[in-house]
Design a protein around this ligand. Structure first.
Ligand SMILES: Nc1ncnc2c1ncn2[C@@H]1O[C@H](COP(=O)(O)OP(=O)(O)OP(=O)(O)O)[C@@H](O)[C@H]1O
Length: 247
């Protein structure tokens, strides 16, 4: 661990002092090396504040998913340290799972539960107070109302993706961790997701890996550019340009 503060991916650090004061730290990585026995990227130093959204971009295989998997406790750090919501990363701990909503692109469904039943189950598991209403709202947001009684096998791949994203938004959370949430979504739904992620910054934080320049430009407050040669923290406009022109 270093004594110097890690680069801060908060809106305020990149845009001046006119934005609301952050309310706590969502993710802090200190000289964090991620990988599978051996590191797959240079050490990561970054701080993501509540009220901010960090997009992680870079070419295929640079370690974006591996970083996200380490942040949510699915992989141990190779070296260095990561703190989530100012505490240890431990996905066995109920508080950690209550605070951190994860969508890493793994299609995992109960084959005999409908779309609505999947969302209700998520709400019950997280103690949502008005599950029926929340589920109706998310079905509407993600364009699944007409498919609410369908089984996963009867959905299109984009609709399955919408269900996974709806599950993340249906439950309480302080930090959202998303791996390429734009995958398999049509343009309209990508726009809708972008708006939801912007709203998420009101009291929450978002950490996402993405290859979508528009999502970077509109939904992120800072961008971590990963590459073999090193890591850079840039503003969303520069990050979107890098995604469009260099990746
Ligand atoms: N389970 C694993 N065991 C060993 N190496 C792995 C494993 N999963 C991924 N890797 C390797 O780790 C490196 C980083 O992979 P990672 O999935 O984090 O990349 P990424 O930046 O998310 O790529 P993409 O843009 O393709 O999603 C790659 O070289 C990959 O081959």
């Amino acid at each position: 661990m270093t004594n110097s503060p890690s680069p801060r991916a908060s809106a305020s650090s990149l845009d001046g002092d006119h934005l609301p004061t952050p309310r706590g730290t969502a993710v802090r990585a200190d000289r964090l090396e991620v990988g599978y026995g051996l590191p797959v990227s240079p050490p990561i130093d970054v701080t993501l504040d509540i009220g901010s959204a960090l997009a992680v971009v870079g070419p295929n295989g640079c370690g974006k998913s591996t970083f996200l998997r380490t942040v949510v406790g699915l992989l141990p750090p190779v070296s260095g340290e990561v703190l989530v919501l100012e505490g240890e990363v431990d996905d066995r701990h109920r508080d950690f799972r209550a605070d951190v909503a994860i969508e890493l692109g793994d299609d995992a469904f109960f084959p005999a539960l409908t779309v609505r039943e999947h969302l209700l189950l998520t709400c019950y598991g997280h103690g949502v107070s008005d599950p029926a209403q929340v589920v109706d709202d998310e079905l509407g947001h993600f364009g699944l109302t007409e498919r609410a009684d369908a089984l996963p096998a009867a959905l299109s791949s984009g609709q399955r993706r919408r269900l996974l994203l709806a599950s993340v938004f249906a439950r309480p959370r302080r930090l959202m961790v998303l791996d390429e949430p734009e995958q398999r979504l049509d343009t309209a739904m990508r726009g809708h997701l972008t708006r939801r992620l912007i709203e998420e910054r009101d009291g929450g934080a978002v950490l996402m890996a993405t290859h979508d320049a528009r999502l970077v430009e509109e939904a992120a407050t800072a961008v971590l550019v990963m590459s073999e040669s090193g890591l850079r923290l840039v503003d969303p406009e520069a990050g979107a340009r890098i995604v469009r022109d260099e990746l």
